[in-house]
Design a protein around this ligand. Structure first.
Ligand code: G3H
Ligand code: ZN
Length: 284
């Protein structure tokens, strides 16, 4: 069923695993991720950035695609459709009214008081509709669609506690050194702060920039209260690798099904691998 992230993440935190958020770009992504989740008996979060929503034809198209695929697959595992890095109250409201079951309001670039005000407004509307809310503090490095950082700023534990208490969010993404895209060398995550923020807020924490984080760090993050891990770039890398290989080997190939089909399998395999790493397999 299509559900919010709320129960999913509480259960994940209690049982020490994390639910993966996998970003979708088109039909093949939704197919691959839903199939992986069902095969693995894993809860799953489909992340939709504002850019990806524009590409697919809008929030309503994304919702319709997810709903009808779930129906034709007979999906039994919990699935959330989540706005990734919502840039404003208006964007979140649009997603909620289009049928999203979860939204992220990313006002992390604004001064703290503004972040609290915008996030509170989103929470009020979202909770009225049974939709869960993720908020962010600090700055995730790197770049993803419209979200471009010019440095990495660590979330402040005291601000995290205050934001949670004043807004009533369902989960919190404290930026602690993670990066969108690939890492130069090994990531250097602020585990000390993560442990403190996890303990002081009691919130399920979200780790952005899941691509390229070694398993030992994933496990450590989960042990400090991380219950959601976002992965986007890894699927794009694996998918485009296969498209390139197939087209290079078959210069006359023109049927999109012949190169998108195998690349869809690559996404599915990557998602299955991540679900096992995050410990969400078998938890639905
Ligand atoms: O919001 C999405 C993510 O944080 C994905 O990060 O592309 O580095 O896996 P990634
Ligand atoms: Zn992110």
């Amino acid at each position: 069923p299509l559900v919010s992230m709320k129960e999913m993440l509480i259960k994940a935190k209690e049982n020490s695993y994390a639910v993966g958020q996998f970003n979708i770009n088109n039909l093949e992504y939704v197919q691959a991720i839903l199939q992986a989740a069902e095969e693995e008996k894993s809860p799953v979060i489909l992340g939709v950035s504002e850019g990806a929503a524009r590409y697919m034809g809008g929030f309503k198209v994304a919702v319709a695609m997810v709903k009808s695929l779930m129906e034709s697959y007979g999906t039994t595992v919990p699935v959330a459709i989540h706005l990734d890095h919502g840039s404003s109250f208006e964007a979140c409201a649009k997603a909620i009214h289009a049928g999203f079951t979860s939204v992220m309001i990313d006002a992390s670039h604004d001064p703290f008081e503004e972040n609290v005000a915008t996030t509170s407004k989103v929470v009020e509307l979202a909770h009225f509709h049974g939709v869960s809310v993720e908020a962010e503090l600090g700055t995730v490095g790197g770049e993803e669609d419209d979200v471009v950082a010019d440095g990495v700023i660590y979330a402040d534990p005291a601000e995290c506690k205050e934001l949670v208490e004043r807004t009533g969010i369902d989960c919190l993404a404290p930026a602690l050194g993670s990066v969108h895209g690939t890492y130069k060398g090994e990531p250097n995550l602020g585990f000390k702060e993560m442990e403190q923020i996890g303990a002081e807020t009691g919130m399920p924490l979200v780790l952005h920039g899941g691509t390229g984080i070694p398993v030992k760090d994933i496990q450590k993050a989960i042990s400090y209260g991380t219950a959601k891990i976002n992965v986007n770039t890894e699927n794009q890398i694996q998918q485009s690798k296969v498209v390139r290989e197939v087209l290079n080997e078959n210069p006359d190939m023109i049927d999109p099904r012949k190169y998108l089909g195998p690349s869809r399998d690559a996404i599915k395999e990557t998602v299955i691998e991540k679900m096992r790493e995050f410990g969400s397999s078998g938890q639905a």
